[in-house]
Each structure stands twice: as C-alpha cells, then as structure tokens.
Design a binder for this molecule. Sequence first.
Ligand code: AP5
Length: 223
Amino acid sequence: MGLNVIMMGPPGAGKGTQAARFARERGLPTISTGDILREGIKEGRPLALAAKAKMDRGELVDDEDVVAIVRERLARPDAAPGFVLDGFPRTVAQARALDRIVEQRGNGPLIVVDIVVPEQELVRRLAGRRICSKCGTNAEPFASDSPGACARCGGELVQRADDDQRVVLERLKVDQRTTRPLVEYYRDRPTFRVVNGAQAPERVAHELDTVIDDAASVGGAVA
Ligand code: AP5
C-alpha cells in the first residue's frame, strides 16, 4: 500500500513547508498545484498562462484544469509508492475526482491532514513570506539565520505576486467559502487528522509525522 497524503489548510498554514519536508524525508514526490501553475507561467505553458489572471486575483483556477494537472502528475512512476499533495484538492469536485483517481490506482487510502492556524497569524505570515526569484522556493523557515538569499540556489528573495495584502484577504475569503467545506467531505474518514499549525515549524513537523503514521497504520498504508 502506498502513502498517499493530502496537506490541507488555508493560505499560509504551512502546507508547502511541511509537504516538502515530509516528502523529502519519506522519499515521496510533493505535488503542489500552485507550484506547478507558477512554473508553467514562467515557462509560458498555455494552460498556466490562462490561469494567471485568476491566480493574481486570488481566485481558484478551474477544476478541470487542476484535475488534469494532478491526474497527469500522479501517473508518473515516481508517484507509484505514494505522494504528498499540497494545495489540491480545493473544492468538493476536485476531491471527488481525486477519489476516483485513487480508486483506479488501488494503492491505499488517502491520509488527509488539516493544518489549522488562526487567520491573524496567516495574514502575518503571508505578509512576511519571501520566495526565491530564481527557483521559486520559500525562504527556509527551518533555518533561523537566513541571510536574505535563497538557501538552495543563492537567488534573490522577493514577495510572491499573490501575497499582496488585498489579494491575501481575497484568498482567505475564497478558502473559507470553497475549500473549508472539504473538511466536512473528509471528516468522517478514519484517516482524517487535524494538526495545530500555530506552533514552531519543528513542532508542527513532529505532530504531523505522528498523526500521519497513526493514520497510515489505521488505513493500512506503508509509512
Ligand atoms: P498555492 O500556491 O497552493 O497557495 P496557497 O494555498 O494560498 O498556499 P500558500 O503557498 O500561500 O501557503 P502554504 O500553506 O503552502 O504555506 P507556506 O508553507 O508557504 O495556490 C496559489 C494559487 O494557485 C491559488 O490562489 C489558486 O489561484 C491556484 N491554485 C492552486 N491550486 C489550486 C487548486 N487545487 N484549485 C484551483 N486553484 C488552485 O508558509 C507560508 C509562510 O509561513 C512562509 O513564509 C513560511 O516560511 C511560513 N511558515 C510556515 N510554517 C510556519 C510556522 N509553523 N511558523 C511560522 N511561520 C511558518
């Protein structure tokens, strides 16, 4: 059985941070629809370019487009032992599509972790977030002495386009309206867990590892 993890949570909850760390430690691919779309924009891919205006306004991209991205990505060989999804699904329609894909793979249940953080802290984090202008990664929150350059490639750290305060407020509204109902969709599953994301990253990491391993043992996945 594979280890199939969804990191859920509002913008700024730490999904990307924790997904990348967890996936690295477990040898799994991270699949971030936001990162794939941003990369696509940089590379001039038509689907991503068509999505750009919505992303810039803080709105969601069309379900069929993100489902197609995820379906293609999950079919690649490196996702066979499992995966960590970051930012997908975000609507009930996407969650239903993912259930169908996972059922076809027949490779273990979905483990769903909801990272909970108060809104005031989300706004604070997104206002302060810096990403690398070259490789697009977050300035590493696990490093306490960040020198103002990307820890991976040395690139300049800049603000992400949709971290503008007005757009952040719209993203949080969209999350409340469209993505929070997903908690109800998953809540009754034996592999659904909630984590307190308003702690230091190392403590969130520890709590996440514990609940994912626990859910995997309930769901029959290989942790
Ligand atoms: P996406 O890229 O997925 O952005 P998001 O969900 O808004 O999430 P963020 O990346 O802002 O936050 P995060 O939870 O990953 O937090 P992070 O780890 O970075 O989506 C962008 C856009 O793409 C969407 O608005 C939409 O238009 C489109 N899109 C993407 N997927 C889609 C889908 N499925 N359907 C439709 N449209 C889609 O952390 C944030 C900051 O906090 C960082 O600076 C970090 O260093 C810091 N931090 C992390 N953890 C902690 C901690 N414990 N304590 C203090 N600081 C911390």
